[in-house]
Design a protein around this ligand. Structure first.
Ligand SMILES: NC(=O)c1ccc[n+]([C@@H]2O[C@H](COP(=O)([O-])OP(=O)(O)OC[C@H]3O[C@@H](n4cnc5c(N)ncnc54)[C@H](O)[C@@H]3O)[C@@H](O)[C@H]2O)c1
Length: 276
């Protein structure tokens, strides 16, 4: 059920690779809620052509941009304002890639060139986007920028390897830039720390399937789906959350605050004494 929460708002949505992508669901919801937006992804991701279907469905223009390129990002923010007819109200940063994860290299063995690449693509890109927007004065007052993160930024999940450190940097950039942009233009910057989700980036992680089931067994509400995440992002883009900024917001069915669950204890064959 739509509530017109984004009526009249203009946005930029990164990272919609296919219909499993969290960004894909955000685009569908943003469209339902009355927003107009530009879709963007790395030029190489365009080859799959899936994004064209989303653009057609949501009446959006696609502007390719490598999120590590200041030149591409400048073009993205400049042309988006032209296409949409004004300054931008919301931006979704939904970009993640680790070469070390792709090549199944363990954390202690990390290749440092790959590490730097992951940092540039998945964390520095948020700083690059925000600094381009800042220079162009491309975001409206009370605009909202959301980047997607994962709890490995706070707690160790060994299979998440270098992305743990990269997400910690992403969350820090959201806080630091959130301060400056808030002061200057009342622009809000937050990260959403999402449950494990079955997407291309998610399932590329070694042992993801087992961990997905584990997280589902720990979180009292179970894992949050990509669609749930999209709904949460919409609230953060809306005017209903105007005073929320510089936060890392857990969207994980309660996982982060659960020490152990009855289901996990039962799975381990340990008797449940919690009702005694
Ligand atoms: N899937 C999960 O379990 C999970 C959990 C928490 C957070 N996240 C985060 O959610 C975000 C979206 O990932 P997803 O799970 O929807 O997977 P996804 O694979 O669908 O999306 C990742 C996107 O990053 C894009 N990308 C990669 N390099 C790029 C570059 N140089 N320039 C521009 N775009 C580039 C890809 O093309 C892709 O569209 C990521 O930041 C990811 O870390 C995912």
């Amino acid at each position: 059920m739509a509530h017109n929460l984004l009526k009249g708002k203009r946005g930029i949505i990164t990272g919609a690779l296919d219909q499993n992508s969290i960004a894909w669901k955000v685009a569908e919801k943003a469209h339902e809620e009355g927003a107009t937006f530009v879709l963007t992804n790395a030029p190489i991701a365009m080859r799959m052509g899936e994004i064209n279907k989303l653009a057609e469905k949501t009446g959006s223009t696609i502007i390719p941009a490598d999120a590590t390129s200041i030149e591409d990002l400048t073009k993205l923010f400049t042309e988006s304002q032209e296409v949409l007819g004004g300054k931008i109200d919301f931006v979704l940063h939904s970009i993640g890639m680790s070469v070390n994860i792709r090549k199944k290299i363990s954390y202690p063995e990390s290749n440092h060139d790959f590490f730097m690449k992951g940092l540039d693509v998945s964390a520095m890109s948020l700083h690059k986007m925000l600094s381009v927007a800042w220079k162009l004065d491309a975001i409206n007052e009370w605009g909202s920028v959301v980047a997607l993160s994962y709890m490995a930024a706070q707690r160790t999940f060994p299979f998440y390897t270098d992305m743990a450190d990269i997400k910690a940097m992403l969350e820090s950039i959201a806080r630091s830039f959130g301060y400056h942009y808030g002061l200057r233009k009342k622009v809000r910057v937050n990260t959403v720390s999402q449950s494990p989700t079955k997407t291309t980036a998610g399932t590329g992680i070694k042992g993801f399937g087992d961990f997905f089931d584990y997280a589902e067994a720990v979180a009292p509400l179970g894992n949050a789906s990509a669609e749930d995440c999209a709904n949460y992002c919409i609230t953060l883009f809306s005017d209903l959350t105007r005073m929320v900024t510089m936060q890392n917001l857990f969207h994980d069915g309660g996982y982060v605050n659960t020490g152990v669950s009855d289901i996990v204890m039962q799975k381990m064959g340990i008797e449940n004494n919690t009702e005694a």
